[in-house]
Design a protein around this ligand. Sequence first.
Ligand code: ADP
Ligand code: MG
Ligand code: MG
Length: 317
Amino acid sequence: MSDSRVWSYSAVLMGSPILLKLFSHDEALASRVFSLIKQYEDLLTVNRADSQVMDINHAAGRHPVVVSRPVYELIKCAKAASLLPDSAFNLAIGPLVKLWRIGFKGDSVPAADEIAARLRITRPQDVILDDAAASVFLAQPGMEIDLGAIAKGFIADRVRDYLYQQGVSEGLINLGGNVQTLGAPQGGWSIGVKKPFAAAEALVGSIEVVNKSVVTSGTYERYFEQDGKLWHHILDPRSGYPLSNELDSVTVISTDSLDGDIWTTLLFGLGVEKGCALLRQRQDIEAIFVSKNREITLSSRRQFRFTPLDASYRLTD
Ligand code: ADP
Ligand code: MG
Ligand code: MG
């Protein structure tokens, strides 16, 4: 939004451009927010050898690992989401993510028997939790937890809590795909919904929210092309292949960004029709589906206002 009272601070963390907007000039607060993000990234990353999550992975098939409470609670929540009936979300997807290497050097379609072998070590039931000890044990050798789909949401929520605690009542944090907002400057925060496979600034619409998280997951974020097909980074834990349906992206509006992260993946797995049906039972989660055939479907619009911005897309709610 263009408001002369807004101060923007940026950094690159978790491999993404991070943007913080505040209504006061407070360099010190911004740098405390960025260190908080970095602190959590250090606990949760699987892109380096030495995080708490990697400690769990290194001990797979051997012994439980005690982790800090917030990491334990996040893993517990991720396991519960993975065990929902027919869930497309799976916290133990690590071996498949590593096999596909989507978005990294050398990505190509793996052999079917390799995919089948990895599927056998991605069972969420084999993530064994001990509440009293706050320990996590991966029961099969080779298992790997991957929190890549939810780390940003979890961290965005921690930043929101920290800002409130610091007396900030209006602000925004964008962790690259995960936006969490505080308050309602000029009646609401305006957040763009990206146009799939277009220039970074191109939008299919924008939404206005107050005190909400807005999370988008899109096939266009990371992918490679082979054999005339597009292979993207959101994998179907049931087949071991990228989720394949009518969708280009799903945007979820919720209070907590962690819910937004989990639901974008669940809804990607369900598709538009089943996704909307499930959301009718949820007051707190709303979604914007953008389909390959250029349709935009809103599950409802209780928590946001939507403005279409691209005439080549049709709104179908
Ligand atoms: P984005 O990278 O656009 O934020 P997501 O939030 O959906 O997209 O996160 C994608 C990442 O989540 C992948 O790179 C991988 O690390 C992990 N992942 C892929 N498929 C799944 C899945 N089915 N369940 C849980 N995590 C997944
Ligand atoms: Mg994400
Ligand atoms: Mg997601």
